[in-house]
Design a protein. Structure first.
Length: 253
């Protein structure tokens, strides 16, 4: 297992008191796997990703990556937060090479990788443009490339498509999926969109309302081998969707 989360508790201390976000969360992700985490809004999904990224300290339990306990951000993990966070005043080139700029070592290799990735994914001609001149989908692709330049083994994606409209989301998510597969990365995607989770992943982990606990884990065995766009027409799609829908605790109260 490349990611192992064991009995994770996380309670925030705030001026108004404590907020229990995660309770006894255990899960694992295998190398090369694409796993989605779905759960109601505010249940603790981003908290879980931040803990895995080493950005939030658990109150109890452990996160391990490649068998090593995570206590701080690691170069093995590429974290894409909820907003694309490209710097609007920097060119696409300056954005995707940001990671290599901050690291003294391997700058030249990083720049070569950036050039190669921009070319492979059709963004070379936009290198001198700024993010504002690109579509939402292309900005997502740039944000992913920026993360890939640092060569992480694992990608953590926090609702990367939530700002896009429905139609765009379908094509952009398929695009991002294809890049992640082609680059052979392990991915952990957080979303509140069941269709998105069923179209993209090998497994779906369903979280309860806050404090988040693991309610169920679905192996999408019948869809795994299909690309996202073909999954939606497969008979198993509805079945997985309905099962997850019933478990997702957004209907009552
Ligand atoms: P989700 O991503 O599932 O919408 P979050 O993980 O962002 O949920 O938040 C889970 C809960 O923790 C929410 O009630 C949120 O208000 C609270 N929370 C998130 N971050 C902090 C923080 N830094 N301090 C205090 N409470 C927080
Ligand atoms: Mg969130």
């Amino acid at each position: 297992m490349i990611v192992t989360v064991e009995h994770l508790d996380l309670t925030y201390q705030s001026p108004d008191g404590e907020v229990e976000a995660l309770r006894d969360v255990s899960l694992s992700v295998a190398e090369g796997e694409f796993v989605s985490i779905v759960g109601p809004s505010g249940c603790g999904k981003s908290t879980l990703l931040s803990a895995i990224a080493g950005l939030e300290k658990p109150s109890a339990g452990t996160v391990a990556v490649d068998g090593e306990v995570v206590t701080a951000p690691s170069p093995k993990i590429g974290y894409m937060p909820q907003k694309d966070q490209l710097f609007p005043w920097r060119t696409i080139w300056a954005n995707v090479t940001l990671g290599t700029e901050l690291r003294r070592e391997g700058r030249r290799e990083g720049q070569a990788r950036a050039r190669e990735l921009l070319e492979r994914y059709g963004l070379q001609e936009f290198a001198k443009k700024t993010p504002g001149q690109l579509s939402g989908g292309m900005r997502q692709r740039c944000a992913l490339i920026r993360t890939l330049v640092t060569e992480p083994k694992i990608l953590l994606l926090d609702e990367p498509f939530s700002a896009l409209d429905y139609q765009t989301r379908l094509t952009v998510s398929a695009d991002i999926y294809a890049i992640i597969r082609r680059e052979g990365k392990t991915a952990l995607l957080v979303t509140h969109d069941i269709s998105e989770s069923v179209s993209l992943s090998d497994r779906v982990i369903v979280l309860s309302r806050r404090p988040a606990t693991v309610r169920a884990v679905h192996d999408l065995a019948e869809l795994r081998s299909l690309p996202p766009m073909e999954r939606r027409d497969h008979p198993a799609f509805r079945r997985y969707f309905n099962d997850i829908w019933k478990e997702l605790d957004v209907h009552a109260g």
